[in-house]
Design a protein around this ligand. Structure first.
Ligand code: AMP
Ligand code: ZN
Length: 468
C-alpha cells in the first residue's frame, strides 16, 4: 500500500513500525462551535484510512484530540458568560453527534488538552534542560535555531520566513530570540483558565498538546500523523521540532494531509464566514450523503462544495442502496443450487471488482476510483442477477457491495428501524389473539417478531421482550 508522505513529497510503500499494527494520530478540532463541513473532511478521510487498514488486517490505534483550551474558546465563554469548560464540553458532545451521523467511528482515544497539562509541563521542562527552550517573563519559547532540521516538513525557505517574520511580530513578542520561535507556555491573562507551572500560572501553547498526547497514547515514534494541509506549517512543523528535540527519535514516519474543502473556490473557514456546519447539512441530507460526496474526490485534491454535487452524491448513494435492496428481496426466494457456468463467471467478476477496489485504495487511498469500482460492481450485479439466480450468488453480490461500502463508511443496507412502540403494539395484539383463542394469529405474530429479531419472554409479570 502506498501513501503520499508530505515529509518526502513522494508516494511511499507503507511499512508499519510493528507488523500488523498501525499507530495513527489525527489533529482534531478546537471545540468552540459546531464543526463545519471543512472540519469534517479530515475526519471522514482519515476514518476511511483507518477502516481500510482494518480491511487489510491491521490493528489500528487511532488517536484524535480535542483542543479544549484556546483563545477562541475563552472568547466564546466570555461572550456567553459561562466557563470555558462548559463551552468545550458542549461542543465536544455536539461534535461526537455529528461524527456519529457521518459514521466516523470514535477514536481509540480522544484525549483532551486540559487533561494532559502535567505531561506538557514535563516535556517543556525537558526541552529547557536540553537547551531547546527558554523563558522570558513567564513565557516559554521553543528555540528554532537550535533545531537543525526545523522546516523539514513544510519545505519552506526559513530565511525568507525569518526576514519577513520581524515585521509580523505582535506586541510583546520582540522578546523572542528569533521570529520563528513559538510559544510552549504562556502566562494567563485576567479571567483566563490557568494551571500552575515552574514559569508562570498559565496555559500551554497549541503545538505542545499534540506532541505530548501523541507520545503518551502512541509512543515516541508513530506510523502516521495526519490533518488538514493548513496544519503543515506551523503546527506540524512545530510538533516535529518539539518531539524530535525532546525524544531524540523520528516523530512520525508518514505525514498525511488532506486538501481543503472549498466553497466558490475559496477555502471554507470560520474566519471567512463562508461555511456550512455539519448540523445545517444534516437538516437537508442524510449525513451519509455528505460522506459520499467527500469521498468522491481524492483526499489530496481540493473539493468544491455545491448543491449540484450533493444531489449527485445523493443519487449515487440511492443507486447503490437500491441494488442492495433488490438483492435482499431476491435472496428470499432464490434457489439453493450450484452455480451455472455463467453465474460462476459473474462470481469471478465480483472478486475482480473487489480486487480493483483494493488496488485503487492501495494507491494513496484513491476513494474516487474505489467508488467507481463499486459502481462497476453494482452495474454488473444489476444486469447479471435476477429472480432465477442461485442464492449463493445473490448473497455473494450483496455481501460484496455491503463490505466495500463499509470500508468507505457508507451503509449500503438501510436497516428498517423497528420502533419499540411497534413491537409493543404487536405484543398486545398477540395477547388479545391468545385471549380470543385465536392461536394461529398469536403464533403468526410470534414468528413475525422473531423475524424482526425480537425474543419474547413469558414471565410472571407478563410478557417481556428483548432484542436478540
Ligand atoms: P481547526 O478546528 O480549525 O483546528 O480544524 C480542525 C481540522 O479541520 C484541521 O485538520 C484542519 O486542517 C481541518 N480543516 C479546517 N478547515 C478545512 C477545510 N475548509 N477543508 C478541509 N479541512 C479543513
Ligand atoms: Zn495537532
Amino acid at each position: 500500500m502506498k501513501l503520499f508522505n508530505t515529509l518526502t513529497m513522494k508516494k511511499e510503500e507503507f511499512v508499519p513500525i510493528e507488523p500488523g499494527k498501525v499507530s495513527m494520530y489525527v489533529c482534531g478540532p478546537t471545540v468552540y462551535n459546531f464543526i463545519h463541513i471543512g472540519n469534517a473532511r479530515p475526519m471522514i478521510v482519515f476514518d476511511t484510512a483507518r477502516r481500510y487498514f482494518e480491511r487489510k488486517g491491521y490493528e489500528v490505534n487511532y488517536v484524535s484530540n480535542f483542543t479544549d483550551v484556546d483563545d477562541k474558546i475563552i472568547a466564546k465563554a466570555n461572550e456567553e458568560g459561562v466557563s470555558s469548560e462548559e463551552i468545550a464540553e458542549r461542543y465536544i458532545k455536539e461534535c461526537k453527534q455529528d461524527m456519529s451521523g457521518m459514521n466516523v467511528r470514535e477514536a481509540t482515544t480522544h484525549p483532551r488538552a486540559t487533561q494532559e497539562i502535567d505531561g506538557m509541563i514535563e516535556m517543556i521542562s525537558d526541552l529547557m534542560e536540553k537547551g531547546f527552550a527558554y523563558e522570558v517573563d513567564g513565557t516559554v519559547y521553543f528555540r528554532t535555531r537550535k533545531d537543525p532540521n526545523y522546516g523539514k516538513l513544510s519545505h519552506k525557505n526559513l530565511d525568507d520566513l525569518r526576514s519577513g517574520g520581524r515585521s509580523l511580530l505582535v506586541t510583546g513578542e520582540d522578546q523572542k530570540e528569533d521570529p520563528l520561535d513559538f510559544v510552549l507556555w504562556k502566562p494567563k491573562k485576567e479571567g483566563e483558565p490557568s494551571w500552575p507551572s515552574p514559569w508562570s500560572d498559565g496555559r500551554p501553547g497549541w503545538h505542545i498538546e499534540c506532541s505530548v498526547m501523541s507520545r503518551k497514547y502512541l509512543g515516541n515514534t508513530i506510523d502516521i500523523h495526519a490533518g488538514g494541509e493548513d496544519l503543515i506549517f506551523p503546527h506540524h512543523e512545530n510538533e516535529i521540532a518539539q518531539s524530535e528535540c525532546c525524544n531524540g527519535v523520528p516523530f512520525a514516519h508518514y505525514w498525511l494531509h488532506n486538501a481543503f474543502l472549498n466553497i466558490d473556490n475559496q477555502k471554507m473557514s470560520k474566519s471567512l464566514g463562508n461555511f456550512f456546519t455539519v448540523r445545517e447539512i444534516s437538516e437537508k441530507y442524510d449525513l451519509q450523503v455528505l460522506r459520499f460526496f467527500m469521498l468522491s474526490a481524492h483526499y489530496r485534491s481540493p473539493l468544491n462544495f455545491s448543491a449540484d454535487l450533493m444531489e449527485s452524491a445523493a443519487n449515487a448513494l440511492e443507486r447503490i442502496r437500491n441494488a442492495v435492496d433488490n438483492l435482499e428481496f431476491l435472496k428470499k426466494n432464490a434457489a439453493e443450487r450450484e452455480l451455472t457456468a455463467q453465474e460462476q463467471e459473474l462470481a469471478k467478476q465480483i472478486e475482480e471488482f473487489e480486487a480493483k477496489f483494493d488496488e485503487t485504495m492501495d494507491d494513496d487511498l484513491n476513494t474516487a476510483d474505489a467508488i467507481s469500482a463499486v459502481f462497476e460492481l453494482v452495474r454488473a450485479v444489476n444486469t447479471g442477477i435476477g429472480a432465477d439466480s442461485a442464492a449463493q450468488l445473490v448473497e455473494k453480490a450483496e455481501n460484496s457491495i455491503i463490505a466495500l461500502c463499509d470500508v468507505l463508511g457508507i451503509k449500503a443496507k438501510v436497516e428498517q428501524e423497528v420502533l419499540d412502540s411497534d413491537i409493543e403494539a404487536l405484543i398486545e395484539e398477540r395477547q388479545a389473539a391468545r385471549k380470543a383463542k385465536n392461536f394461529a394469529r398469536a403464533d403468526e405474530i410470534r414468528d413475525q417478531l422473531q423475524s424482526m429479531g425480537i425474543v419474547l419472554l413469558d414471565t410472571r409479570e407478563g410478557v417481556k421482550w428483548k432484542k436478540a
